[in-house]
Write a protein that binds this ligand. Sequence first.
Ligand SMILES: C[S@@+](CC[C@H](N)C(=O)[O-])C[C@H]1O[C@@H](n2cnc3c(N)ncnc32)[C@H](O)[C@@H]1O
Length: 483
Amino acid sequence: MSEQEAESWVAHHPPDGGSCYRVVMWQQGAVDHRHLTAWKAARAGYVERMQQAGLRGTRGALAREREELQAYNASISSEAFAFRTRAQDVRTGGMREALRADAGVLGYKLGNGAAEVWLELSGEVGVDFHVQSWQAAAPKVTWSSDLIVEQLTAADAAEWQKAHRSTEEPIEAGAEGSAPFRHISVLLQETAGALQAAPGKVMVDATLGGGGHSEKLLQAGAMVWGIDQDPMARIATRYRLAHYGEQLRVLAGNFREIAKLLREHGVDSVDGVLADLGVSSPQVDTASRGFSFLAEGPLDMRMNPNQPRSAADVVNEASEKELADILWQYGEERASRVIARRIVQQREHEPITTTTQLANIICSVLPRRGKQHPATRSFQALRIAVNDELAALDELLVGGLSILRSGGRMAVITFHSLEDRKVKQFFERVTRPEIDRPEWAQPRPNPEYKARSVTRKPITPSEAELSANPRSRSAKLRVIEKI
Ligand SMILES: C[S@@+](CC[C@H](N)C(=O)[O-])C[C@H]1O[C@@H](n2cnc3c(N)ncnc32)[C@H](O)[C@@H]1O
């Protein structure tokens, strides 16, 4: 493939004031190793001279050194882009999709042997984090560990976008990966209505995701603190809702620490807490996040990619009994023991590192019955275990209620029976004025009584919502109000 044939794509948003970089990565073998060795030695020399020039304040010398290094970088990247023989096409796998779903990406150029990306950092994570997530999306490509990373001015990045916008592919609505972070919010009107957002009110969206629910609260005039443990969600939504300025504050963290996170920002109490549990569509649909058994990707499943233990770690390291317990307790999988045994047998031959490898192991012991894929329950179970979802939910419920002001409301949307049972039982516990036991002569006041129930029965999606968004089918909304 020649350089002219490489494809370019430009994001809709311009740089937003963060630091911008040009990153070039290539597959192993795309650049002659003698050329690479010479480049690395020269780079070290340039960097040192640039530092000295910087210390002396000799701007002219600094600029000259930088220009020379950039010219050298350009020769390496053109060699990588011109690479043909034995090339694995870097455009395969989910590379395009991962780049387009990354809200920090201002644009990219993809060729046979190399990828060049214009990136803006939001301050949340570094260049390495982005590079790892893009490379994970093309697991078949053996990436060189060498990279070109050049800092750019925002003006240069905007200039590049302008120059390449004409080559941008048309974006079809709903096309895979074409709309960054597209998540259809569930029970949107119902949740916003229940939370009674209004000017002067302060709300916490404990599961910011694509920000659909937050946006409704912002539109009603409330100030919103949005929490998410996924940096991709935070970056994307911060961009998308940037026009709300300080009315939306985005916080990195786990909602199990909701009270602490807010206290660190001087907030002791709020008028509303919202949690729309589970994963977002971009998490599931981005193969490199490893949540889906339908797409080949690394077996990851971490909502917070900085957390140490991935699904592959669990699958390869847990004992057979631990695996069976996870599948049974979190997936209600009746074949939990058989699947756990087969996993342990298989991992003795080779580690289980991809989603399809695990899905195939499950399918080999579990015949397909009905519409549901045999791996559905096991993948749900692993996801819950990897992200410690049920224990985090327990802490969210207690913490969320503790920061509500009197008259404030907490709305929780669940997607499966394990979550819903927890929310239902917690809400029942805190809304009961009295408790009665057979051994007591009369009912006694409930020391946990703190709220009244707003939804006697859970609210579920309407027929219209179900047909527009089938992923809403198991959603249940429950709401309480603090007394
Ligand atoms: C269903 S999505 C929320 C979608 C959002 N309501 C919207 O309208 O776009 C759930 C989000 O919650 C986040 N999340 C799940 N568990 C979390 C936890 N324990 N702490 C922080 N964020 C969490 C996920 O990363 C995901 O982005």
